[in-house]
Design a protein around this ligand. Structure first.
Ligand code: ZN
Length: 169
C-alpha cells in the first residue's frame, strides 16, 4: 500500500511530558506520518546511551541491526501506551506510524513500544499509562501477554524484522 495521507500533527503538552497530537480524525489503517530521522547501527545507539540517554531511548528499531534516531522529528514524541491507537510499520524500507483504530481529532498518538523491541533488545521501561490492561512494564515483544500478542499479530502491528529476532536467538 502506498503511504500518502499525512495528518496535521503537533507536539504538545500531554498527560506526561510532550506528545504527538492530531488535529484531524484519522481513519483506521491510515498513515499517520512517516517517521523521519537518521539511521544508526545497534553499536551506534549503544554509544549514544553514554552521551545522550534520552535521545538513545527515543531511537526506534528499524531493522535487524538498525535503529531510527528521530532527533526532534515526530517519532521522538509518539509516547508509549499499553492501549495504543497507532502502530509502527516498515514499508519499502521506511518506518511509518499507522492508525490501529480510528483516532479522533485532538487525540494523542501512541504506540506500544514493546512492538518495536526484539527478543534481543534488553531495554525495558516502567509504565504508568493508566490504561485498562496497563502491564506496568514495557519489554521485548515476546513477553507480551498472549492475548495482546495475538491481537497485535492479527493487526500487523509487529514488524517482520522484530518477529525475526526470535529465530536469531
Ligand atoms: Zn501501561
Amino acid at each position: 500500500m502506498v503511504a500518502r495521507a499525512q495528518f496535521v500533527l503537533s507536539v504538545r503538552p500531554v498527560r506526561i511530558g510532550r506528545g504527538l497530537v492530531t488535529s484531524a480524525a484519522i481513519p483506521k489503517g491510515a498513515v499517520v506520518t512517516v517517521l523521519a530521522g537518521r539511521q544508526r547501527s545497534a553499536a551506534g545507539v549503544l554509544r549514544l546511551w553514554r552521551t545522550d540517554p534520552r535521545r538513545a531511548a527515543n531511537c526506534i528499531r528499524s531493522g535487524r541491526d538498525t535503529y531510527l534516531d528521530s532527533g526532534e522529528h515526530f517519532g521522538a514524541f509518539s509516547n508509549h501506551s499499553c492501549r495504543p491507537n497507532a502502530m509502527v510499520t516498515r514499508e519499502r524500507g521506511a518506518l511509518f506510524l499507522r492508525a490501529l483504530r480510528r483516532i479522533p481529532a485532538g487525540a494523542e498518538i501512541t504506540h506500544d513500544y514493546a512492538t518495536c523491541l526484539g527478543a534481543d533488545d534488553v531495554w525495558t521501561m516502567r509504565c504508568d499509562c493508566r490504561e485498562r490492561g496497563c502491564r506496568g512494564r514495557v519489554e521485548r515483544f515476546d513477553r507480551l501477554p498472549a492475548a495482546v500478542l495475538r491481537r497485535y499479530l492479527a493487526a500487523g502491528a509487529i514488524p517482520r524484522f522484530i518477529l525475526g529476532t526470535l529465530e536469531a536467538d
